[in-house]
Design a protein around this ligand. Structure first.
Ligand code: HEM
Length: 116
Protein backbone atom coordinates (compact mmCIF):
# COMPACT_ATOMS: atom_id res chain seq x y z
CA UNK A 1 0.00 0.00 0.00
CA UNK A 2 2.97 2.27 0.62
CA UNK A 3 3.87 1.98 -3.07
CA UNK A 4 0.38 3.10 -4.13
CA UNK A 5 0.54 5.99 -1.64
CA UNK A 6 3.93 7.04 -3.04
CA UNK A 7 2.53 6.93 -6.60
CA UNK A 8 -0.22 9.34 -5.52
CA UNK A 9 2.49 11.58 -3.99
CA UNK A 10 4.19 11.56 -7.43
CA UNK A 11 0.89 12.58 -9.08
CA UNK A 12 0.48 15.31 -6.42
CA UNK A 13 3.97 16.68 -7.14
CA UNK A 14 3.35 16.59 -10.92
CA UNK A 15 0.06 18.44 -10.34
CA UNK A 16 1.95 21.03 -8.31
CA UNK A 17 4.45 21.40 -11.19
CA UNK A 18 1.54 21.83 -13.64
CA UNK A 19 -0.32 24.49 -11.67
CA UNK A 20 2.78 26.51 -10.69
CA UNK A 21 4.61 25.94 -14.01
CA UNK A 22 1.46 26.69 -16.01
CA UNK A 23 1.00 29.92 -14.06
CA UNK A 24 4.58 31.13 -14.61
CA UNK A 25 4.62 30.14 -18.29
CA UNK A 26 1.28 31.55 -19.42
CA UNK A 27 0.19 34.35 -17.12
CA UNK A 28 -1.85 36.56 -17.45
CA UNK A 29 -3.77 33.78 -19.27
CA UNK A 30 -4.97 30.70 -17.41
CA UNK A 31 -3.67 27.80 -19.49
CA UNK A 32 -5.19 24.32 -19.68
CA UNK A 33 -2.06 23.12 -17.88
CA UNK A 34 -2.68 25.42 -14.90
CA UNK A 35 -6.38 24.49 -14.76
CA UNK A 36 -5.72 20.74 -14.91
CA UNK A 37 -2.93 21.07 -12.34
CA UNK A 38 -5.33 22.85 -9.97
CA UNK A 39 -7.96 20.11 -10.47
CA UNK A 40 -5.34 17.39 -9.96
CA UNK A 41 -4.25 18.90 -6.62
CA UNK A 42 -7.77 18.65 -5.20
CA UNK A 43 -8.18 15.01 -6.27
CA UNK A 44 -4.69 13.74 -5.40
CA UNK A 45 -4.62 15.80 -2.16
CA UNK A 46 -7.91 14.34 -0.92
CA UNK A 47 -6.78 10.80 -1.82
CA UNK A 48 -3.48 11.35 0.04
CA UNK A 49 -5.24 12.80 3.08
CA UNK A 50 -7.73 9.91 3.12
CA UNK A 51 -5.03 7.25 2.77
CA UNK A 52 -2.73 8.91 5.33
CA UNK A 53 -5.41 9.08 8.00
CA UNK A 54 -7.22 5.82 7.16
CA UNK A 55 -4.42 3.30 6.62
CA UNK A 56 -2.53 2.54 9.83
CA UNK A 57 0.29 0.62 8.14
CA UNK A 58 1.41 3.81 6.37
CA UNK A 59 2.39 5.24 9.79
CA UNK A 60 1.34 8.75 8.80
CA UNK A 61 -0.11 11.17 11.33
CA UNK A 62 -1.47 14.00 9.18
CA UNK A 63 -2.13 17.37 10.82
CA UNK A 64 -5.85 18.00 10.24
CA UNK A 65 -5.52 21.79 10.54
CA UNK A 66 -2.75 21.82 7.93
CA UNK A 67 -4.82 19.70 5.55
CA UNK A 68 -7.88 21.92 6.09
CA UNK A 69 -5.85 25.04 5.27
CA UNK A 70 -4.42 23.37 2.15
CA UNK A 71 -7.89 22.28 1.04
CA UNK A 72 -9.39 25.77 1.45
CA UNK A 73 -6.47 27.35 -0.45
CA UNK A 74 -6.66 24.68 -3.20
CA UNK A 75 -10.44 25.19 -3.58
CA UNK A 76 -9.93 28.95 -4.05
CA UNK A 77 -7.17 28.22 -6.61
CA UNK A 78 -9.34 25.83 -8.63
CA UNK A 79 -12.38 28.13 -8.46
CA UNK A 80 -10.36 31.10 -9.76
CA UNK A 81 -8.84 28.90 -12.50
CA UNK A 82 -12.27 27.61 -13.61
CA UNK A 83 -13.80 31.11 -13.70
CA UNK A 84 -10.75 32.73 -15.31
CA UNK A 85 -10.44 29.99 -17.92
CA UNK A 86 -14.14 30.20 -18.82
CA UNK A 87 -13.95 34.01 -19.06
CA UNK A 88 -10.88 33.82 -21.30
CA UNK A 89 -12.85 31.62 -23.72
CA UNK A 90 -15.39 34.44 -23.99
CA UNK A 91 -12.59 36.90 -24.72
CA UNK A 92 -12.50 38.39 -21.23
CA UNK A 93 -9.14 38.30 -19.47
CA UNK A 94 -9.09 38.99 -15.73
CA UNK A 95 -5.45 39.28 -14.78
CA UNK A 96 -5.90 39.49 -11.00
CA UNK A 97 -7.65 36.12 -10.94
CA UNK A 98 -4.67 34.45 -12.60
CA UNK A 99 -2.23 36.16 -10.27
CA UNK A 100 -4.15 35.39 -7.08
CA UNK A 101 -4.58 31.73 -8.16
CA UNK A 102 -0.86 31.40 -8.95
CA UNK A 103 0.33 33.07 -5.75
CA UNK A 104 -2.06 30.94 -3.64
CA UNK A 105 -0.85 27.75 -5.37
CA UNK A 106 2.73 28.75 -4.47
CA UNK A 107 1.55 29.56 -0.92
CA UNK A 108 0.30 25.97 -0.68
CA UNK A 109 3.79 24.70 -1.49
CA UNK A 110 5.07 26.76 1.48
CA UNK A 111 2.32 25.36 3.71
CA UNK A 112 3.16 21.80 2.54
CA UNK A 113 6.88 22.15 3.21
CA UNK A 114 7.09 24.46 6.24
CA UNK A 115 4.11 23.50 8.45
CA UNK A 116 5.23 20.62 10.67
C1 HEM B 1 -2.56 24.03 -4.96
C2 HEM B 1 -2.74 22.94 -4.23
C3 HEM B 1 -1.64 22.13 -3.58
C4 HEM B 1 -0.26 22.22 -3.70
C5 HEM B 1 0.55 23.20 -4.55
C6 HEM B 1 0.30 21.17 -2.85
C7 HEM B 1 1.67 20.93 -2.72
C8 HEM B 1 2.22 19.87 -2.03
C9 HEM B 1 3.63 19.55 -1.98
C10 HEM B 1 4.74 20.33 -2.70
C11 HEM B 1 3.77 18.44 -1.20
C12 HEM B 1 5.08 17.69 -0.88
C13 HEM B 1 5.81 18.31 0.29
C14 HEM B 1 5.72 17.50 1.53
O1 HEM B 1 5.69 16.26 1.48
O2 HEM B 1 5.70 18.10 2.62
C15 HEM B 1 2.45 18.06 -0.72
C16 HEM B 1 2.18 17.00 0.12
C17 HEM B 1 0.93 16.66 0.59
N1 HEM B 1 -0.26 17.28 0.27
FE1 HEM B 1 -0.51 18.86 -0.97
N2 HEM B 1 -0.71 20.48 -2.23
C18 HEM B 1 -1.91 21.03 -2.64
C19 HEM B 1 -3.17 20.64 -2.23
C20 HEM B 1 -3.45 19.65 -1.31
C21 HEM B 1 -4.77 19.31 -0.81
C22 HEM B 1 -6.08 19.96 -1.25
C23 HEM B 1 -4.61 18.29 0.09
C24 HEM B 1 -5.66 17.57 0.91
C25 HEM B 1 -6.62 18.13 1.54
C26 HEM B 1 -3.19 17.97 0.15
C27 HEM B 1 -2.63 16.99 0.93
C28 HEM B 1 -1.28 16.65 0.96
C29 HEM B 1 -0.72 15.56 1.75
C30 HEM B 1 -1.52 14.58 2.67
C31 HEM B 1 0.66 15.57 1.52
C32 HEM B 1 1.72 14.66 2.20
C33 HEM B 1 2.34 13.64 1.29
C34 HEM B 1 3.42 12.88 2.10
O3 HEM B 1 4.55 13.36 2.12
O4 HEM B 1 3.07 11.86 2.70
N3 HEM B 1 -2.51 18.83 -0.70
N4 HEM B 1 1.53 18.94 -1.25
Amino acid sequence: MEFVYNLVVVAHLLGMAAVVGGFVASRPAISNLMLWGARAQIITGIVLAGMASGIDSLHKDPDTAKLAVKLVIALIVVALCEIGHADAKRGKQITWMTNVAGVLAIANVFVAALWH
